[in-house]
Design a protein around this ligand. Structure first.
Ligand SMILES: NC(=O)c1ccc[n+]([C@@H]2O[C@H](COP(=O)([O-])OP(=O)(O)OC[C@H]3O[C@@H](n4cnc5c(N)ncnc54)[C@H](O)[C@@H]3O)[C@@H](O)[C@H]2O)c1
Length: 377
């Protein structure tokens, strides 16, 4: 029998728009390929934008219902996914009907998992409303929930059919959440784009302070560029089948264990910031990163109000994170570390972290945190 081939890759559009729920804006209704569905809305977003969301649904999406829920990392569970599935069942969602996620990364993750389960898979669209959602979680083609105390233990690969990014949502996002989102922006800049890093350095504080309203054009440019870089990374290895060496995993080795140990008290981006700092100090300890670049990295993370160290990330916890990463990454550590600003490499095996290098790096980053007089995470 002749060999056959099945391509699993699917395309999706990422559309940047403004006032997405203004009934005059057709971007969302045009992205929908059906007449029925459920708009799953984060309660905080509904509180802020409910009037326009309801008006939009009345005018443009009469066959849709809304499901409003409180979404949080503590509630990123299978039970919450099942609540969405139950609503879909009550509303007789069919194979071609659609789920729309309107909320932060947690809402997008949950809807992605629910969409992959309902009738073995229904389409979904994301309208991410936090910075982290817009540049990372909402454009990703995977979703997950926490399970048995483990971060993202259960999940799926399922691309949205469209993503609509509306930076206007950021006006109501808290400064702390914007900082958390900026951590993911710094992540992608540090491993891929020096110019983006320095643009964040120049404009980040003002953008966070102003809810990305000022300087508005620069804010949109930084979001566009971060999305472009993330999509570039995803497109190269969408289902993580072509190896588990991913630059986008920078800041996501120790942070997973740290989030678990904090019982989801730490924001995702805060844990990523601690991880980026430790990974950078490790790079310096291994002779891969110059001291000047290391200082630049630690100073910008702290200047943006993010932590570089957490007492929860003990040496033991960091070692556990290394073991978990090796298990997750098919037997290799593949720790992403910067080699400079905008360029990174991988520490491939746990054995490439010799002797006490991890302990030494942890002590160093703790000292930097004290020197910079930071509140630890
Ligand atoms: N699927 C992926 O590839 C991927 C990638 C990165 C992160 N993630 C996940 O994303 C999650 C973090 O996402 P997040 O940082 O957006 O957190 P989140 O979804 O918890 O949102 C943060 C807070 O902002 C509120 N909020 C949302 N939009 C708002 C708005 N416009 N105005 C005011 N408040 C608003 C929410 O109610 C919440 O309290 C984590 O669970 C992380 O694991 C997933």
């Amino acid at each position: 029998m002749a060999g056959m081939h099945c391509t699993l890759i699917r395309d999706y559009d990422v559309i940047v728009t403004s006032k997405v729920f203004d009934p005059a804006n057709s971007a969302l209704s045009a992205a929908l390929d059906c007449q029925r569905g459920i708009i799953v809305v984060d309660e905080a977003v509904m509180r802020m934008y409910g009037t326009s969301i309801r008006a939009y649904m009345e005018e443009r999406l009469p066959g849709f219902i809304s499901l409003v829920a409180h979404f949080s990392e503590q509630g990123k569970t299978l039970d919450t996914v099942l609540d969405i599935c139950a609503a879909a069942q009550r509303h007789h969602i069919a194979r071609r009907d659609v789920l729309v996620a309107v909320g932060g990364g947690v809402c997008c993750d949950l809807v992605s998992v629910a969409a992959s389960l309902i009738r073995r898979g229904v389409p979904y669209i994301t309208v991410p409303t936090t910075l982290l959602g817009q540049i990372d979680a909402g454009i990703a083609l995977k979703g997950a929930v926490n399970f048995g105390g483990q971060k993202n233990y259960l999940g799926c690969f399922r691309a949205p059919s469209s993503v609509l990014i509306d930076p206007d949502f950021l006006q109501s996002v808290s400064r702390a959440e914007l900082r958390s989102g900026t951590a993911e922006m710094m992540k992608i800049a540090l491993v891929k784009d020096r110019a983006l890093w320095f643009a964040i350095r120049e404009h980040g504080p003002t953008l966070i302070q102003s809810g990305f309203r000022s300087p508005k054009r620069i804010g949109s440019e930084l979001i566009d560029r971060s999305v472009e870089l993330m999509l570039e990374e995803l497109a190269a290895n969408p289902y993580e089948e072509f190896g588990l060496r991913r630059l986008a995993d920078f800041g996501h080795t120790f942070s997973t264990r740290l989030e678990e140990l904090s019982c989801w008290r730490l924001r995702h981006g805060e844990a990523v910031a601690v991880d980026m700092a430790l990974s950078s100090v490790l790079a310096a300890e291994l002779g891969l990163l110059g001291e000047q670049d290391l200082w630049e990295i630690l100073c910008l993370i702290t200047a943006l109000g993010l932590p570089i160290w957490s007492p929860l990330l003990t040496e033991n916890a960091a070692r556990e994170a290394v073991v978990a990463a090796v298990r997750h990454r098919g037997g290799a550590l593949n720790l992403v570390v910067p080699r400079g600003i905008g360029v990174a490499t991988f520490v491939e095996r746990p054995g490439d972290l010799p002797g006490d290098v991890l302990g030494a790096a942890l002590r160093r980053v703790q000292q930097y945190s004290a020197d910079l007089r930071l509140t630890p995470a």
